[in-house]
Design a protein. Structure first.
Length: 182
C-alpha cells in the first residue's frame, strides 16, 4: 500500500472514530450544557493548538516536509490556540469571551480547511513519513478539532436563534409560541 493510500485511510478512519465517539459521548453532553460552558469546554481543547508549532521543529518532522504546508499549519494552529486561551482567560468578561470564541473558531476552521488544501497541493500525503512524530496530529487530533469547530458553530447559531426567539416571544407565553398553541 502506498504512503498516500495509508495516509488517506488513516485520515478517513480518524474522522470515523472521532465521529462515533463524539456522537456517543461528547455531543450529548455539550448540547445539554449551558452555551457558555459548552463553548468553554471546546475552547479548552483548542487551547492546546500551540502544539501545531511542532510542524516547524527540526528533528520532530523530517527535513523534506514541504515548508509551505508546515509553516502555514504551525502558525495558524498557534494563532488559534492563543485565541482559544484568550477566550478562556476572558471568561469573566462575557462579551469579550464571545468575541474570542468566534475568532478562534473562525481562524481554526479556516486553518484546517487551508491545511488540507496546502497538504494536497504540496504533496504531503506522498511524503507522510516526513511528518515524523507529528503524524498523529492530522490523523488523531485534527478530526476532533474540525468536528468541535462545526459543533461550536452549531451551538453559536442555536444560541442566537434562542435569543431571537426570546425577543420575539409574546409576554407571558413560552418563547416563540402563540398563546393559542398552549
Amino acid at each position: 500500500m502506498s504512503a498516500t493510500t495509508l495516509f488517506q485511510t488513516h485520515l478517513v478512519l480518524g474522522y470515523a472514530a472521532w465521529l462515533l465517539c463524539f456522537g456517543t459521548y461528547i455531543w450529548p453532553r455539550l448540547k445539554a450544557m449551558e452555551h457558555f460552558e459548552a463553548q468553554r469546554a471546546i475552547a479548552t481543547l483548542h487551547g492546546f493548538r500551540f502544539f501545531g508549532l511542532v510542524f516547524i521543529l527540526p528533528g520532530v518532522v523530517g527535513p523534506n516536509l514541504p515548508a509551505g504546508f508546515a509553516s502555514f499549519a504551525a502558525y495558524w494552529d498557534f494563532a488559534t490556540g492563543v485565541l482559544a486561551l484568550l477566550a478562556l482567560l476572558s471568561a469573566r468578561a462575557r462579551p469579550l469571551f464571545w468575541v474570542f470564541v468566534v475568532a478562534f473558531n473562525a481562524v481554526g476552521f479556516v486553518d484546517l480547511v487551508m491545511d488540507y488544501a496546502h497538504a494536497i497541493q504540496a504533496g504531503v500525503p506522498e511524503v507522510a513519513g516526513q511528518l515524523g512524530a507529528a503524524y498523529a496530529i492530522p490523523i488523531i487530533y485534527v478530526p476532533l478539532l474540525m468536528i468541535t469547530h462545526v459543533a461550536a458553530f452549531y451551538l453559536l447559531l442555536r444560541a442566537m436563534r434562542e435569543r431571537l426567539a426570546g425577543r420575539n416571544a409574546i409576554p407571558g407565553t413560552a418563547a416563540g409560541r402563540h398563546p393559542a398553541a398552549h
